[in-house]
Design a protein around this ligand. Structure first.
Ligand code: AHR
Length: 508
């Protein structure tokens, strides 16, 4: 049975912010040290200690932003430990992640240099859990204040005269958990207070993001929204916070200690993962609905600043380092998320995959024993979807029932799609989440004409396939000819467990 759908090419939709393709780097395992940063003395090509192969790979994705330094680490990070001569920076214990020593060699200046190399906007996650209002306020001053002031002078003494530009500012992380185990009410007051003292200097305007809910904790979102609505969103957001975050990981398995292997899984686990991934739609829709009650004009943003798969660590690796391989299954988790992001682009203003290098659902894996770097299947989804960044989201409306499979006590819709229009081109993304059966899709393109379609496919012999230094392109995009356009109908054949993008020039 062919799935029939309709795209109205001439209808407007929300703009898909490039920041929905954002990233996250925490001081966790080998994300920063060994991942982004190898130190100036490394034999691996670097600039100021920053790995250039990783930079090049991420630049090729058009990486729009990078969130740092955590995660849970953010709420025990004291930024003044990470400035000045490296050999004089104090050592701390990274209590969340393996109890390892953190020498603070990668600090504010190194992070801002990384963002400059990447061409990405920094997103700084400030410490609410164990920090102070003054500490956070001074970090903003250190980074963004020009002219003469105590923190501007300190910055200049550390080698940087000009202020940086920083827009995205997080007021803590997971305040309901590792960020202080606060109640929503308590955190709402904290966010209000911390937000007040994070100032705009010169023409640098902060976009402050309050630490939001875990999964389906809609009450948390409601508490933060109620507080804004109390005095009128527009006035309040300008001094307190402009957005709320949300975290959701794709986790399966019977318990936290048995989340399952990233590579060694059966078909049942594959489908369970797809069901867990697809749940992101219910969560975003739910939080957006709560926000709509208080802010129908959508002036407050929703920021999914941690998402991705979370499996058991690779055997023999430090359990606190969260290092996992990345298969075609992860790629399909990512493609499903992006379809949802595109649909909710009117409220969802940013999303950050956790985490960019060597941790959880990574883009890039570096080999601890050599200079090898591998691009993961997830990386290729970001690359194939790059054209959606800053495009106009187009609805893809099914006209017939989409294919589905029973999975446990639920039903998995096995074809996922989204589309956008930018610079006179149409981009359609299609995922077949069925591990065993192919699917056919026929999309009626209305309200315009499309030229010759060009397609790419990301698939492999099995969902477990992944890339290694020995086989770096086992899962990589390839040109695809299973696509045709006749009489305004775009036909796409989707092999089992495959992700396909189709692009075409648009006529008037
Ligand atoms: O990404 C790993 C951890 O997951 C982050 O530090 C934390 O915010 C979340 O619980």
């Amino acid at each position: 049975m062919t799935l029939e759908a309709v795209i109205n090419l001439d209808l407007g939709g929300p703009r898909i912010s490039r920041h929905l393709y954002g990233h996250f780097a925490e001081h966790l395992g080998r994300c920063v040290y060994g991942g982004f940063y190898v130190g100036e003395d490394s034999a691996i090509p670097n600039e100021g200690g920053i790995r250039l192969d990783v930079v090049d790979a991420l630049r090729a994705l058009g990486i729009p932003n990078l969130r740092w330094p955590g995660g849970c680490f953010a709420d025990e990070y004291h930024w003044q430990d990470g400035i000045g001569p490296r050999d004089r920076r104090p050592v701390m214990v990274n209590t969340h992640w393996g109890g390892v020593e953190e020498n603070n060699h990668f600090g504010t200046h190194e992070f801002m240099a990384l963002c400059e190399l990447l061409g990405a906007e920094p997103y700084i996650s400030g410490n609410v859990g164990s920090g102070t209002v003054r500490e956070m306020s001074e970090w903003v001053e250190y980074l963004t204040r020009g002219g003469d002031s105590p923190m501007a002078r300190l910055r200049a003494a550390n080698g940087r005269e000009e202020p940086w530009r920083v827009r995205f500012w997080g007021l803590g992380n997971e305040a309901w958990g590792c960020g202080g185990n606060m109640t929503a009410e308590h955190y709402a007051h904290q966010a209000r207070q911390y937000g007040t003292y994070c100032r705009d200097y010169g023409d640098n305007q902060l976009y402050k993001i309050a630490a939001g809910a875990n999964g389906e904790d809609y009450a948390w979102t409601e508490t933060l929204m109620k507080q804004l609505a109390h005095l009128g969103c527009r006035r309040i957001t300008s001094t307190m916070y402009h957005a709320l975050s949300l975290h959701h990981y794709t986790i399966t398995g019977p318990s936290w200690d048995e989340k399952g292997s990233a590579t060694d899984f059966g078909t049942g686990e594959f489908y369970a993962t797809m069901v867990a991934a697809a749940r992101i739609e219910e969560l975003i829709a739910g939080h957006a609905a709560v926000m709509d009650c208080y802010d129908p004009g959508k002036s407050v943003g929703l920021v999914l600043d941690e998402w991705g798969t979370w499996f058991d660590v690779e055997p023999g690796t430090n359990p606190g380092f969260l290092y996992q391989q990345n298969t075609l299954r992860d790629a399909l988790v990512a493609s499903v998320h992006f379809d949802v992001f595109h649909r909710y682009a009117d409220r969802l203003v940013m999303a950050n995959i956790a985490q960019t290098v060597n941790v959880l659902q990574a883009m890039v894996l570096t080999d601890p024993d050599s200079d090898a770097m591998v691009l993961t299947p997830t990386y290729h989804v970001f690359a194939m979807n790059r054209g959606h960044q800053d495009a106009t989201s187009l609805r893809v409306d099914p006209r017939t029932a989409p294919p589905s499979r029973p999975v446990g006590d639920t039903t998995l819709t096995t074809v996922s799609m989204s589309a956008s229009r930018k610079d006179g081109r149409l981009l359609v993304s299609l995922s077949n989440l069925d591990a065993e059966a192919a699917a056919d899709v026929a999309i009626d393109l209305r309200g315009g004409t499309a030229g010759q379609p060009e397609a790419l496919i990301l698939t492999a012999g099995a969902p477990q396939d992944h890339n290694t230094p020995q086989a770096p392109s086992a899962v990589a995009p390839r040109p695809y000819d299973g696509v045709s356009l006749t009489g305004g109908t775009l036909r796409v054949h989707l092999p089992a467990h495959a992700f396909v993008t189709v692009s075409a020039g648009l006529g008037k």
